[in-house]
Design a protein around this ligand. Structure first.
Ligand code: RIB
Ligand code: NA
Length: 312
């Protein structure tokens, strides 16, 4: 049976400390809460798509350790297909040390570990499932040549590709743009990729045009509380999609919630305009920022207004 969304990407164990403010270099400060959660951009996006009702599969590598085994269980709990999830004894499951301040802002250090050992061989095994999917999602927390290879396989099979260049690298291979049906990043990633300052909706429009000209079919730049900007090769006029105002508790992984939701809409509502998909994905992500953690804060279909699941 055809999958809606396949993610070739990362899994991380999130080790989260909440503090009143982010520490300075060399400083020790008291935090007020610590928790462990399931994270990693790839898995986060996959789980959000699954929670909305997409039929999903994850292609990834975790360690042969406690964290890796519990991660596989987490996928099963979400009905994510784990046929292409492998465990290695050569490295630990990826880990992310996250600090969240009272404004809901964060800083993150990731040690990708097992994620970097996901190789061509595992991707080959997933090829036929990937080629039959409706949407492929990739990020940059695994080897970048594996992400690019996955995008190429999908493109050759007319599978819609969504690429999230996160965390961003300044010298991104030019083929990433050409292989992306939707190239979706946040303001700081857009800044790193274009070298231009992105502080406003207008700036995002300019950066988006620059990225679009590198060969993507569409570009989305997410702007946190300001929603996002959407540009399409067929309509390169930057379109601002505002979002509802909410009080943020923890914005970690909000971008992943947006991307998972976007992939869900692309798979299940293929004729919906990209602007409308983005408007709805904004609203899904807005729910996620209102509670702690990444995946734990992602809404299920039943938690959301039925309006979000109507055909336009
Ligand atoms: O995008 C948020 C994610 O980035 C976190 O879950 C953390 O694991 C890092 O990968
Ligand atoms: Na959250």
């Amino acid at each position: 049976e055809k999958l809606d969304v396949v993610v070739v990407g990362s899994c991380m164990t999130d080790l989260v400390s909440q503090t009143s403010r982010l520490p300075k270099a060399g400083e020790t400060i008291h935090g007020h809460k610590f928790f462990i959660g399931f994270g990693g951009k790839g898995a986060n996006q996959c789980v959000q798509a699954a929670r909305l009702g997409a039929k999903t599969a994850m292609v990834c590598k975790v360690g042969k350790d406690f964290f890796g085994s519990s991660y596989i269980q987490n996928f099963k709990d979400h009905s994510v297909c784990t046929a292409f999830v492998t465990q290695t004894a050569e490295a630990m499951t990826g880990a992310a040390s996250i600090i969240v301040n009272d404004a809901g802002e964060n800083t993150i250090v990731i040690v990708a570990g097992a994620n970097m050992l996901l190789g061509e061989e595992e991707l080959e095994k997933a090829r036929s499932a990937l080629a039959k999917a409706k949407v492929l999602l990739c990020q940059l927390e695994i080897s970048s040549h594996i992400s690019l290879q996955a995008l190429r396989i999908a493109r050759q099979s007319n599978v819609k590709t969504v690429f999230n260049p996160a965390p961003a690298i300044p010298d991104l291979h030019s083929d990433f743009y050409k292989e992306s049906d939707v190239f979706c990043c946040n303001e700081s990633e857009a800044e790193l990729l274009t070298g231009a300052h992105v502080a406003s909706v207008d700036d995002a429009g300019h950066a988006g045009l620059e990225l679009l000209n590198r060969g993507c079919a569409a570009v989305i730049i997410t702007l946190g509380s300001q929603g996002c900007v959407v540009l399409q090769a067929s309509n390169p006029n930057p379109k601002h999609i505002p979002t509802t105002k909410v009080t943020p508790v923890d914005t970690t992984g909000a971008g992943d919630s947006f991307l998972g939701a976007l992939a869900f809409y692309m798979a299940q509502y293929p004729s919906m305009p990209l602007e409308e998909m983005s408007r709805r994905a904004n609203l899904v992500a807005a729910v996620s920022v209102q509670s702690d953690g990444t995946q734990t804060s992602y809404p299920f279909k039943k938690d959301l207004a039925t309006e979000l699941f109507l055909e336009e």
